[in-house]
Design a protein around this ligand. Structure first.
Ligand code: AOF
Ligand code: ZN
Length: 363
């Protein structure tokens, strides 16, 4: 087994924390001695022990002269838990292999220095790309304090998200839908627009075993959401935020009574200012938002510059129809040069469908 193989095991371990550690990072650790894995651990819940300490606790034998593989540089600060560097040194681990660098200013390169000063051999950057991808949310949030926004849509091969008669259930197959539910667990919040609520009456919950529901957010400028909407009817059980510019006192009070939280934001050109909304969500420690909206919300989000990743699910079907909707509305760009530029996509095959995932290059 190589360093890469052990780091791969640590990465698999890290996923155990998916959906339960935000806004902290997902981290996995593996401890190896004489060519055998003697302990594994993950950061499993927000505020709980870090991955390194969990791996140490799970060790089946003495750790002296063992190697620790960890997907993110160990911490060296007193936060909710004591520094992992202390535990590494106390247990006589003599080599530490790191995936990602930690941008947290409390950690940065300090922990590597501490370990080296104490004679521990440190190798950094093993499977760095994979380890960085695991925590795209954490890295973005710790730098900006604004949520990492993922714009998701499902379309046919002729680029339609609904038929001309506005029917959209179901475009993609089972495997693609399963991936969407995993993402509803991974990202802290899910956001949609009033158009989608009125046409689809969605629940926006996570329906996989061991899942956890995202905070549900509806952008509803004029507070048109019906009290009979599934989102409103289930708001007592699952946190639901309606973002509006309306001061309709009666409707606000009825929605509050049903368990919804109402956020009032000043409107910009008659629309919710999504950048301000993101700042406000960031203050609430909401580190990530999965957008499952329609063409209006998608164009507003792109125009306001909040989108960091685009997920396009493409199904081998054709809907046709001049009036059938496409994923991004608004007026669009004038010339191809003015396009939003995306990174080369990661391509995943999901049953008959494919998923293209690209980062949005900031302007
Ligand atoms: C984690 N889990 O496994 C590791 C982290 O507030 P604290 O004490 O939990 O510390 C959070 C910081 O610790 C986090 O921002 C990151 O920089 C570092 N490492 N955090 O939540 C872990 N190894
Ligand atoms: Zn730590």
């Amino acid at each position: 087994m190589t360093d890469q193989d052990y780091m791969q095991l640590a990465l698999e371990e890290a996923w155990k924390g998916c959906g339960f550690v935000n806004p902290n990072p997902m981290v996995g650790a593996v401890i190896v001695k004489n060519g055998r894995v003697i302990g594994k651990g993950a950061h499993e819940s927000y505020g709980g022990p870090h991955a390194e300490r969990n791996a140490i606790v799970h060790c089946t034998e003495n750790l002296k002269d063992a190697t620790l593989y960890v997907t993110l540089a160990p911490c060296c600060h007193f936060g909710k838990t004591p520094p992992c560097t202390d535990a590494i040194l106390k247990n006589g681990i003599n080599r530490v292999v790191i995936g990602s660098h930690d941008p947290n200013p409390l950690v940065a390169e300090k922990s590597v220095e501490i370990l080296r000063q104490h004679g521990v051999e440190v190798t950094a950057g093993i499977l760095r790309k994979e380890c960085d991808a695991l925590n795209d949310v954490f890295f973005h949030f710790i730098r900006t304090r604004e949520p990492y926004v993922v714009m998701k849509y499902a379309m046919t091969m002729d680029g339609k998200i609904a038929t001309a008669s506005r029917k959209s259930k179901w475009i993609t197959g089972e495997a693609a839908r399963e991936k969407v539910h995993q993402d509803r667990k991974r990202y802290t919040a899910i956001m949609t627009g009033i158009g989608t609520v009125l046409s689809d009456d969605p629940l926006l919950t996570c329906r996989i075993p061991g899942g956890r529901n995202p905070v549900r957010i509806v952008c509803d400028t004029k507070l048109r959401i019906p009290l009979t909407a599934q989102l409103v009817k289930t708001a007592q059980k699952t946190r639901t935020i309606i973002v509006t510019g309306s001061s309709d006192v009666k409707k606000r009070s009825l929605l509050s009574k049903a368990g919804c939280e109402i956020f009032t934001l000043p409107l910009k050109d008659g629309r919710i200012d999504l950048k301000t909304l993101m700042r406000r969500l960031g203050e609430m420690d909401i580190d990530s938002v999965l957008m499952e909206g329609g063409p209006q919300l998608n164009s507003a989000a792109l125009e306001s510059g909040i989108v960091r990743k685009v997920q396009a699910y493409i199904s081998p079907k054709l809907f046709g129809g001049q009036q059938a909707k496409t994923p991004v509305g608004g007026t669009g760009v004038d010339s191809p040069e003015a396009a939003w530029h995306l990174s080369a996509p990661l391509i995943t095959k999901l049953g008959q469908d494919i998923l293209l995932e690209s980062e949005v290059t900031p302007c």
